[in-house]
Design a protein around this ligand. Sequence first.
Ligand code: ZN
Length: 457
Amino acid sequence: MNKSDILKYLNDISGEVKELSLRIWNNPETSGNEKESSNLFRNILKSYGFEIKEIDGMENAFIGEYGNGSPVIAVLGEYDALPGLSQTLDIKHNPVKINGPGHGCGHNLLGSAALGSVLAIKKYLEETKTSGTIRFYGCPEEETLVGKVKMIKAGAFEGSDIALSWHPMNANVALDKAYLANNSIKFKFHGISAHASQSPESGRSALDAVELMNVGANYLREHVIDSARIHYTITNAGGAPNIVPKEAESWYFVRAPYRKDVEEITERLFKIAKGAAMMTETTVEYEVLGGCYEKLPNNVLFDLTYKNMVEIGSPSYTEEELKFAKDIQESLDPKLVEAEIKKYIDSDEKVFLHQGVLEKEKASSVVVSGSSDSGDVSWLMPMNLFLTATWPLGVPAHSWQATSSSGSSLGFKGMFYAAEIFSGIMYDLLNDPKLVEAAKDEFNKRTESRKYVSPLK
Ligand SMILES: [Zn+2]
């Protein structure tokens, strides 16, 4: 059995993989509620002879393992949906359920591609008796950016040598640098309530503190790096206007390209919170809900990923699929679409779907401005990352257009391409121990002076 036999086998089981992704798409479960989705994965893996290992304290997380000895390859799978992004397979906004959840980030494809590839490699290991272990990581709660951070705390990644990851998107790209590091923090202010008209002098407003903290944070913006992002909401602003609010709360995200910048800005935000509390004679507590790291580059895995993407070749499309892509694209802001197309294609022509693979040299200019808890895994072991075109060019993540495309044949084609890329990479890693060593050496050098510290207390 060689690489092309593996890809042939993957094609044989493609019906089962498609069926899985469709079932998950039809039953979107949001972060922390992925009970049925995780069980669908567990059951398929069990039926293929994988051993299922549960993770302490995490009902919807698990590992499906097969094989013996090293290398131990971890393939990351996710399956959570997003609130409010319910959508039927349609070219116009048409939710299945108004404000219901939907797969607007394509995680129905994300997990299923990862699953398809481990099934194919299992067949290879079984037939050839090659040394190596594959692990499918069932990772919940990605959209709330904490699932893998919790799994790491629970020791779930111990013993793995290399991690492989991908994400559905609107283009075929191997990425090295990606994801913004992030912290998610709640600030709870405590004051003294009083009648706001009869005895305001005896009250101390927790809401005043929240507002003053926001003013401070807005002045801070000028004095942080341009690429940092600070966003907040007020999650508790008190009750009636005639009562001085005793309790008030705000929720902040701090993001930046590097974890160290996020940590520095967070420390300054803590000072602002303390200052606001001092000004208003209230007290403040912080609750760090989560945090994650940027992806640590690994050139060895980047090269290997790019090589496999080109070797295998991106999907081709039918007239019907191109028409669907065109219609979806027309529902978006044309300026946004134009800017997005320019990132990938040197032409003023109207292009609806990305075909081919973005040149390696251009990949470094593709900025993934979201955050992901997969970034944390890249600080534990060498990790790759790639995107495939599961959505028309210009479609942003977390949109109804992404939900619709993730349940269409475009989504499935991008998903199979991802499963093929994973399989190709694993075949190469299993057959060339030097590649594994080189990826690990690079990882060790990059982390010599900076080790992973969990953002969770
Ligand atoms: Zn996502």
